[in-house]
Design a protein around this ligand. Structure first.
Ligand SMILES: Cc1cc2c(cc1C)N(C[C@H](O)[C@H](O)[C@H](O)COP(=O)(O)O)c1[nH]c(=O)[nH]c(=O)c1N2
Length: 216
């Protein structure tokens, strides 16, 4: 099955216009069929040894969101102390989550023992199962963009907060907490670029041929 030019354009448009969304979530509910499509796309991510180690916990209750927001505030306060001077002021001015505004939260996990202790492809690199769940996050993020849904990844929360709130056993790794909801606009550039936190690197500075740059 060949991809047509129009279909190719749609894929690249989705990739380049995907944004991390932390503000401007609308309260509009996400229709069940839309959520199902996004989760099915996530579930079709590649995974090491095809172990499909992920689960998706859907968070809708205000009580759970409030607990996770409290966890964010705590971790954010700790993080603030790690920056100095103007950087600290800049960090404090950034909006880095939309936990309570987004109609939906999705916690993505990884069950590292899902298919037993020896996994095809994980024998030399044990972290490959965690990376597989991250692939599911990226599929989810792109599918959501194709559905005009914004997604924001919030990692400024200690695992124990999410674990306690969502009753996740210690044997399961927490990969991501995502805020999901409709938005009016997807900005052309990342929030962190627009606010002057960091610029986008030129792709040519990231691509090298045959060996690590300047290693000879
Ligand atoms: C693993 C991981 C973890 C986080 C993020 C991303 C990823 C990949 N990002 C989003 C991040 O800031 C964003 O992707 C970049 O700034 C680039 O912007 P776009 O995603 O292109 O809009 C993110 N953003 C945020 O506001 N709070 C957060 O805690 C995190 N955590």
């Amino acid at each position: 099955m060949n991809i047509t030019q129009e279909e190719r354009d749609a894929v690249y448009k989705t990739i380049f216009s995907r944004r991390d969304v932390r503000r401007e979530f609308k309260p509009d509910p996400i229709p069940h069929d839309v959520l199902e499509r996004v989760l099915l796309a996530a579930h079709h991510a590649p995974s090491v040894g095809f172990m499909q180690p992920w689960d998706f916990i859907i968070v809708q209750s205000p009580e759970s969101k409030t607990k996770i927001k409290q966890g964010f505030l705590q971790a954010h306060a700790e993080a603030t102390e790690l920056f100095e001077g103007q950087r600290k002021e800049d960090y404090k001015s950034l909006k880095l989550e939309g936990i309570e505004e987004a109609p939906l939260g999705i916690c993505v996990t990884c069950d590292r023992s899902r298919t037993g202790s020896v996994v095809l492809g994980r024998t030399a690199k044990p972290e490959m199962d965690l990376f597989s769940s991250v692939c599911a996050v990226q599929n989810l993020w792109l599918a959501a963009r194709a559905e005009n849904l914004g997604v924001g990844w919030v990692s400024i929360v200690h695992d124990h907060v999410i674990r306690d709130t969502l009753n996740i056993p210690e044997s399961i790794d927490i990969i991501a907490y995502l805020c999901v909801g409709y938005v009016d606009i997807f900005h052309d550039t990342p929030d962190l670029e627009r606010s002057g936190w960091l610029p986008r690197r030129d792709v040519s500075s990231a691509v090298h041929f045959e060996s690590w740059p300047d290693s000879k």
